[in-house]
Design a protein around this ligand. Structure first.
Ligand SMILES: Nc1ncnc2c1ncn2[C@@H]1O[C@H](COP(=O)(O)OP(=O)(O)O)[C@@H](O)[C@H]1O
Ligand SMILES: [Mg+2]
Length: 476
């Protein structure tokens, strides 16, 4: 038996990942009807939680991400502070990220079949185009650039859904954490040449990065590799890579041409929009595997990770929630301008409306042999569980409201240990707890102005990731 730790509205289950910026947990929470939901909770590491500028950047970026609604973008529910910790709650994608899938491909010495590579890339292109063309409430372009389109941010669910995540957080991650710690590993590989040069970026940078992901899916290796960071940056800057057909001669030339056009050094020669990439990939897919559908991809991932899926399910069944569940949901730091009084309508609460403490009710774990997705094979329990949860409550249709950031300044973090979790209230409540009122502002610094979403310059700052003294751009 394992005990779930509570953080705001969420009960943290297993840790999915651990990085330089945050830890990611699978977490359980309940909707207004008492139905359980799995979400992903990204908990900011303690040393960064003490950095006010960093937290403010995360707030700004999470705000942008929370505005995006697209089937291929993992939803952000809230960026909050509870029990002295900062965290982002987002849609949990029950599956594997593309980096993990590609590692499995490398182990098995088999590249991903081109139809899956085409489908995944087309879905991500659709997500990117939606973000690139997103407008604010006054219909002015937001000019969002993801900046971190890379295999670890593309997650494939066991039902074959493709979700791009870490929207917007990327900018904060690259510009702040990396300059501070010098950690830029991994991500440099998927940068665009203009990003490696620290230039001002537009949406075409994401198109290049998407091309790097497509290349790796087709060949198992990233287009740019080097034994040290500086050489890697130079390779990315020059955008010179081995032709795909050299590595995998069986690659259909049409899809190779699409990857090449994404990976063009000159922005003007590249695909000009992610939508064009999507169109070409879908046309390729229609010719290459005419009856291709999402369930093909789901089956491919389920087959590759069958043992892990079983293990994950067993592990989730072992968790129990504490008897003493706190109703302290913390404060949500995402805010919408001009929406002073509106509370954040995060559709979750820490406890079920009913009384069940079981992490996964039996009704969600019952097996049945039906072929729910019509792909001629039985779905996994994980898949059925997810489908039932989705049918029960259209979480993604729910409106996430956002409150004014200026009222939700982070409090000074002078204490070295997080404050104790407040004592639990008696467990008699059936309605979701009210969001606590904003706390008094006690900072000495003046509050930051709320970012102007209509301003073209939300991504104006250069991506500062280089020791410019060491790396002289412009000679490629
Ligand atoms: N919303 C999510 N649902 C499921 N898994 C997720 C989610 N977000 C992140 N992950 C998992 O955590 C991993 C690490 O995420 P992240 O901290 O963003 O690291 P990275 O910087 O390598 O992308 C992802 O590659 C993915 O496997
Ligand atoms: Mg990520």
């Amino acid at each position: 038996m394992r005990r779930a730790q509570q953080l705001g509205r969420y009960h943290l289950l297993d840790r999915i990942a651990f990085g330089g910026m945050a830890e990611i947990y699978r977490a359980k929470t309940f909707d207004g009807q008492g139905h359980p939901h799995l979400v992903a909770v990204k908990r900011v590491l303690a040393h960064l939680a003490e950095d006010d500028d960093f937290i403010q950047m995360l707030v700004d970026e999470a705000k942008i991400a929370s505005l995006l609604r697209h089937v291929n973008i993992a939803r952000v529910y809230e960026f909050a502070r509870a029990h002295g910790e900062y965290f982002i709650a987002m849609e949990h994608v029950d599956g594997k990220d593309t980096r993990t899938i590609l590692e499995r491909c490398r182990q098995k010495k088999k590249p991903m079949p081109p139809e899956h590579a085409a489908y995944i890339t087309a879905e991500v292109a659709s997500a990117l185009h939606a973000a690139h063309t997103a407008l604010d409430s006054k219909r002015r372009p937001l000019r969002i650039v993801h900046r971190d389109v890379s295999p670890s941010n593309i997650i494939i669910s066991y039902t074959g859904e493709v979700k791009l995540c870490d929207f917007g957080i990327a900018k904060a991650t690259l510009s702040k954490v990396n300059t501070k710690t010098g950690v830029i590993k991994g991500k440099v590989k998927y940068m665009s040449p203009e990003q490696a040069l620290g230039r001002k970026l537009d949406h075409r940078s994401d198109v290049f990065s998407l091309g790097s992901c497509l290349y790796e899916m087709l060949t198992r290796v990233p287009p740019f590799t080097a034994s040290n960071e500086m050489d890697l940056l130079i390779k990315v800057r020059d955008a010179k890579y081995r032709p795909i057909a050299d590595l995998v001669p069986s690659t259909p030339p049409e899809i190779e041409a699409i990857a090449d056009r994404c990976l063009t050094r000159s922005r003007a020669q590249r695909y000009q929009t992610a939508a064009e990439v999507e169109t070409d990939l879908r046309a390729f897919l229609r010719r290459y595997v005419p009856n291709y559908s999402r369930s093909h991809l789901g089956r491919y991932v389920r087959k590759a990770f069958a043992a892990e899926i079983e293990r994950e399910l067993r592990m989730l069944e072992e968790y129990v929630l504490d008897d003493q569940v706190s109703d302290d949901v913390g404060e949500n730091l995402i805010a919408r301008e001009g929406d002073e009084a509106a509370p954040m309508a995060v559709p979750f609460q820490p406890r079920p409306a009913g009384t069940s403490d079981v992490i996964m009710p039996d009704s969600q774990l019952t097996s049945s042999a039906e072929d729910t997705d019509g792909d001629g094979e039985n779905s996994t329990t994980a898949e059925r569980r997810q489908m039932r949860a989705e049918a029960a409550f259209d979480l993604h249709g729910a409106q996430t409201m956002i409150i004014d950031p200026a009222r939700h300044q982070a409090r000074p973090r002078t204490q070295s240990a997080p404050p104790p979790v407040p004592p639990p209230r008696p467990r008699t409540q059936s309605a979701p707890p009210p969001v606590p009122p904003p706390r008094a502002r006690t900072r000495t610094q003046p509050p930051r102005p709320a970012p102007d979403f209509g301003n073209d310059d939300i991504h104006r700052e250069d991506t500062m990731i280089l020791d410019r003294g060491r790396f002289r751009p412009g000679r490629g």
